[in-house]
Design a binder for this molecule. Structure first.
Ligand SMILES: [Fe+2]
Length: 246
C-alpha cells in the first residue's frame, strides 16, 4: 500500500495530449477484461490519473469470446447508468462501447452483412491472432473500406510474424489502414520485440493512434509506470496522434 502511495504521488499525466483512450477491456465480467465493477472503476481512475479524459470500451469479438453486439450494448448502457450515478470526478467520461474485432480463420464479421459496433466515424478496431501467420484478410478489409469504414489495426507491434517492412504491413498502409500501438508495449510489458517495434512504427510516422488495451489492475499499474517512462514522455512530446479527434 505504501508503495502504491509513492507510485501515485509521482504520477505523471503523460497521456493528456491524447485526451481519449480508444482501446480497453473494462466492461465488467466480459471477455478476459475487468472481472467486476470495482475493478472497472479502479482501472478507469488509473486511466484518468495518467491523463485520459475520455474512454471508449472495446470488448473482444472473436471465437474465444463470442460476444453479441446487442448484448454488449445493453451491458454498456447499464454500466453507464451506474457510473453516472457515482458522480465521481476522479473518473473519465466513458463515452461509448465499440469492439476489438478479430480477423482470423475461425472468426470474421462480414462487411455489410454482420452488425458491428464501430468507433465514431465508422472506425473499426481490428486485430489478428498472435499465432496464425498465414491469414491476412486484405480482401475483407478492402470491402469494409469500400463501405466507408476506416480500419484501425490494434497493436501491430505485437504480432511476432509481422515487422515494419513486411509485405502485409506495406499493403495495409497502401489501402489506408491506420495503426494503433499499445502504450504498454513501449515500456516492455509484452517483451523486448514489441517494445522495439512499437518505437520503430511510431518513429517511422506509421502510427495514427495509441491505446492502453487495459484489461485489469495489472495493466492499470503498468500504465502508471509507463507514464513515468522518459522515452515514452519524449515520444508524446515529439509526435501527434489522432486520439483527440475521436
Ligand atoms: Fe485489446
Amino acid at each position: 500500500m505504501i508503495f502504491d502511495f509513492l507510485t501515485n504521488k509521482k504520477q505523471s499525466r503523460t497521456f493528456a495530449p491524447l485526451v481519449t483512450d480508444m482501446h480497453c477491456h473494462l466492461l465488467p465480467g466480459v471477455d478476459d477484461g475487468s472481472s467486476n465493477m470495482q475493478e472497472t472503476i479502479e482501472c478507469l481512475k488509473a486511466l484518468a490519473s495518467v491523463g485520459f479524459q475520455k474512454v471508449f470500451l472495446t470488448p473482444h469479438f472473436q471465437a474465444n469470446y463470442p460476444n453479441v453486439e446487442e448484448d454488449i450494448q445493453k451491458r454498456f448502457d447499464a454500466l453507464k447508468k451506474q457510473i453516472t450515478s457515482l458522480n465521481d470526478n476522479a473518473l473519465p467520461e466513458v463515452v461509448a462501447v465499440s469492439g476489438e474485432y478479430r480477423f482470423d480463420p475461425r472468426f470474421a464479421r462480414r462487411p455489410g452483412i454482420d452488425n458491428v459496433l464501430p468507433l465514431p466515424g465508422k472506425k473499426l478496431l481490428c486485430e489478428f491472432s498472435l499465432h496464425y501467420n498465414d491469414y491476412m484478410p486484405i480482401d475483407i478489409f478492402s470491402e469494409y473500406i469500400k463501405l466507408g469504414y476506416t480500419l484501425i489495426l490494434a497493436h501491430p507491434e505485437r504480432y511476432p510474424y509481422l515487422g515494419i517492412h513486411s509485405d502485409e504491413i506495406v499493403k495495409m498502409k497502401e489501402i489506408g489502414i491506420k495503426f494503433q500501438i499499445n502504450v504498454l508495449s513501449l515500456n516492455g510489458f509484452y517483451g523486448e520485440s514489441a517494445q522495439r517495434k512499437g518505437f520503430e512504427y511510431i518513429e517511422s510516422g506509421m502510427v495514427e493512434y495509441l491505446g492502453t488495451d487495459t484489461h485489469n489492475m495489472r495493466y492499470a499499474n503498468a500504465l502508471k509506470e509507463t507514464a513515468n517512462n522518459k522515452s515514452v514522455q519524449k515520444i508524446m512530446k515529439s509526435h501527434t496522434f489522432l486520439n483527440d479527434k475521436l
